[in-house]
Design a protein around this ligand. Structure first.
Ligand code: SF4
Length: 385
């Protein structure tokens, strides 16, 4: 079954965003559960040709131009510059994006050469998300993340020189062995580079990753909960002082620079997904493309899909509520009332319970997480779901 079955015959696809997955990395980081394979470059060409054919399938069925495009991975900037240029050229020629659309590409600091930065800028990319993770070589080693921390600054210089100034830096905190001071030092290094956006995620030990195996073998000691919470609180305070707006549990931006593509995810809007393992959402149906590269290259039209889930009624209300509460502004009380109509009594009770615990509050016409709730956000969401 391909993603084409998600829409009725003859129907046009009307989505606000487009996600494209590039499944190549030069090394598998030990904490990562994204679909990527270690690339020896031999399949890049056939992959890009296939991706362009899937883009053509999307183009022939789309109704409108999209507001955002996000090319993620994997490591999109690992594509040979000529192939990256060919892909971006196809997106531009087909006028997939609205004028003024946000166009993001994820990059590993090692891969941002002058040539790659020029290709991105010439191809219409106006936002780059750089995976810094940490500036401390010891902690990068724990993550088995292979890049030289000094290349983060170099990649930002190259991107800015090419004309791309909207730049996100990804950081990870609560890496085994990382102290409160280490996390603060990473944050200072990131702030000094003056990105428009920062994502700071707490390390998650995803099942089926080498880091999880090491955890099970007691080969790594996780950062204790109190230190982890203190890192998060220090991050909130320091970034506020540095002029960043905290707009989502793990995301901060300079005023006006919130990630428009990710906001589509958090507001449960519709976006299409191209490439192996890419996940999309259309009118309450979520799906994931098959993660097998060989199968993808040998297929045509839209990608084959593995998972499809139609969220309706109570389930959809729960997911929407959880996503909206990830936003610091929360959910307007009017929208909450609509959601609660299709919500179970248990969920309404859970909201009351979390308000009583001081984790949620009603303020300025919104239901939102309190500061105490932010520190235990995953527990709050679990209760609400
Ligand atoms: S570079 Fe990114 S996608 Fe690739 S293995 Fe590392 S964390 Fe995963």
């Amino acid at each position: 079954v391909s993603a084409a079955t998600l829409i009725e015959a003859g129907e046009r696809v009307s989505v606000r965003g487009l996600y494209i997955h590039i499944p190549f990395c030069f090394h598998k980081c030990h904490y990562c559960d994204f679909y990527s394979i270690v690339d020896t470059r031999d399949r890049q060409q056939s992959f890009v040709e296939r991706l362009i054919s899937e883009l053509a399938a999307f183009d022939s069925m789309r109704d409108e131009q999209v507001e955002t495009i996000f090319i993620g991975g994997g490591t999109p900037t690992l594509l040979q510059p000529s192939l990256l240029s060919r892909l971006l050229g196809e997106v531009a020629t087909r006028r997939i994006a609205l004028p003024g659309a946000e166009f993001t590409v994820e990059a590993n600091p090692e891969t941002v050469t002058d040539e790659v930065a020029e290709v991105l800028a010439a191809g219409g990319v106006n936002r780059v998300s750089v995976g810094a993770q940490s500036f401390d070589a010891r902690h990068l080693k724990t993550l088995e993340r292979w890049h030289d921390p000094s290349n983060v600054e170099r990649s930002l210089t190259r991107l800015r020189r090419s004309g791309i100034h909207n730049i996100n830096l990804d950081l990870i905190c609560a890496i085994p062995g990382q102290t409160l001071e280490d996390a603060a030092a990473d944050l200072e290094r990131a702030i000094a580079l003056d990105p428009t956006h920062l994502s700071v995620y707490t390390l998650i030990y995803e099942p089926n990753t080498p880091l999880h195996v090491r955890l099970m073998q007691n080969a790594v000691v996780p950062v204790d909960e109190e230190t982890e919470a203190a890192m998060f609180e220090a991050t909130i305070d320091r970034l506020a002082a540095a002029g960043y707006e905290h707009y989502e549990v793990s995301n901060w931006s300079k005023p006006g620079a919130a990630c428009r593509h990710n906001l589509l995810y958090w507001t449960n809007a519709d976006w299409w997904a191209l490439g192996p393992s890419a996940a999309g959402h259309v009118r309450g149906t979520r799906w994931k493309n098959s993660p097998r590269l060989g199968e993808y290259i040998d297929s045509d039209g839209f990608a084959l899909i593995t998972d499809v889930e139609s969220l309706n009624g109570d389930r959809r209300a729960g997911e929407t509520l959880m996503l909206r509460l990830r936003l610091i502004e929360g959910i307007p009380l009017g929208e909450l009332d609509v959601l609660l109509v299709s919500s179970s009594v248990t969920r309404r009770e859970a909201i009351g319970r979390q308000i009583a615990l001081g984790h949620l509050e009603q303020a300025s016409g919104q239901l939102r997480l309190t500061r105490a709730g932010l520190l235990v956000a995953d527990d709050v969401f679990m209760d609400l779901l």
